[in-house]
Design a protein around this ligand. Structure first.
Ligand code: FES
Ligand code: FES
Length: 140
């Protein structure tokens, strides 16, 4: 491994974890969002070498085996997935939001997901999905 490789490259090309998407490689779109030691980061902005020995959770790590995480299920049911390119990053960012703010307002959702760009949905269905996930997770 070359030390200049991004964490995103390492995940996708070396570890066969293609869930995190590579759209801009400049920290602008959020499609590569992952947890690094519990903090939401853009994997394209982290060097693979910096991530060595640290705790990484990607979108693949949200589900429990075959069972989707409530956030994933809500995105499917609310129709918040079109081409799906932005979806992995939105799922991780939504998971992060709901851990910090279990019942967010629409404004809080918009603020939290402002770094995740979607070219397809117009965001209304995404907000519906986050609210659906929040309701379900509150009753678990
Ligand atoms: S690919 Fe990392 S923010 Fe766009
Ligand atoms: S669903 Fe296509 S970019 Fe968001």
């Amino acid at each position: 491994m070359w030390e200049g490789e991004s964490l995103l490259y390492v995940l996708r090309e070396r570890m066969a974890l293609p869930g995190s998407k590579n759209a801009c490689e400049q920290g602008e779109c959020g499609s590569c969002s992952v947890y690094l030691d519990g903090i939401l980061v853009c994997a394209c902005l982290v060097l693979g070498g910096q991530a060595q020995g640290r705790d990484i959770v990607t979108v693949e790590g949200l589900a429990s085996g075959e069972a989707l995480h409530p956030v994933q299920q809500a995105f499917v049911e609310a129709g918040a997935v079109q081409c799906g390119f932005c979806t992995p990053g939105l799922l991780v960012a939504t998971h992060d939001l709901l851990q910090r703010v279990p019942r967010p307002t629409n404004l809080e959702i918009r603020e939290a997901l402002a770094g995740n760009i979607c070219r397809c949905t117009g965001y209304a269905k995404i907000i519906d999905a986050v609210q659906l996930a929040a309701r379900r997770m509150a009753t678990r």
